[in-house]
Design a binder for this molecule. Structure first.
Ligand code: SF4
Ligand code: SF4
Length: 199
């Protein structure tokens, strides 16, 4: 799923620096049938408020008149996105699919050199939904597993710190440990939207 992001946090920035762009085999599927986590109505409201991400998105993407119309173009992509949204507990009633008006019939981008940031950043995190067969699929999977492993290790560290605290008496030492705990908690929290509570 193409998702616009108004601000890019350091997690996204680091991820983007690592992303091997050569994995894209330019099939054009992520330009031909895409959606966002926001409804079309919400996007239009944000656009009217001047939200940079919404403005950029609606500058290049045009909505399909219906889900069926998008399905007629790429059934696999539409069904994959809807299934993944349902798995993630997202509402699919008001979903709108879009096609980029700058995509050529040969799957090339007609404004490649000037394409907006949202295209340059796509896929913007390991957690976005990409079309089946996308060249990034395997790499994104590895990145997600890497993040999950880090979070599991953080949870183990928290347990060890809790144990350590039971053996400590000095308030200054306890304070230091709590500061470390908070740092770890905050890091786990950052991944909550991707499901870190279950990892
Ligand atoms: S779907 Fe994947 S491989 Fe195809 S153009 Fe988009 S990023 Fe590249
Ligand atoms: S501007 Fe180019 S890269 Fe961006 S969605 Fe359109 S065709 Fe794809």
């Amino acid at each position: 799923m193409t998702a616009y992001n108004k601000t890019m946090g350091s997690y996204e920035e680091n991820y983007l620096k690592m992303r091997p762009q050569s994995l894209c085999h330019m099939c054009g599927r992520c330009c031909r049938v895409v959606t966002t986590s926001k409804s079309y109505r919400e996007l239009k409201l944000l656009q009217a408020e001047g939200d940079e991400g919404a403005v950029d998105f609606l500058k290049i993407f045009e909505p399909y008149p219906s889900v069926e119309a998008a399905r007629a173009v790429d059934k696999e992509v539409v069904d994959n996105i809807l299934a993944r949204m349902k798995e993630g507990g997202q509402d699919t009633d008001n979903v709108t699919f879009y096609c980029c008006k700058y995509l050529l019939d040969n799957n090339m981008c007609s404004i490649y050199e000037e394409r907006p940031l949202l295209c340059r950043h796509c896929p913007s995190t390991p957690w976005v939904i990409v079309p089946p067969g996308c060249g990034f699929e395997g790499w994104l999977y590895l990145m997600r597993e890497r993040d999950k492993k880090k979070i599991r290790k953080s949870k183990e560290d928290l347990l060890e710190l809790q144990l350590l605290k039971t053996k400590m008496k000095n308030p200054a030492d306890l304070q230091k440990i709590e500061a470390v705990e908070n740092k770890i908690y905050n890091n786990i929290e950052k991944f909550k939207k991707y499901g870190s509570e279950l990892w």
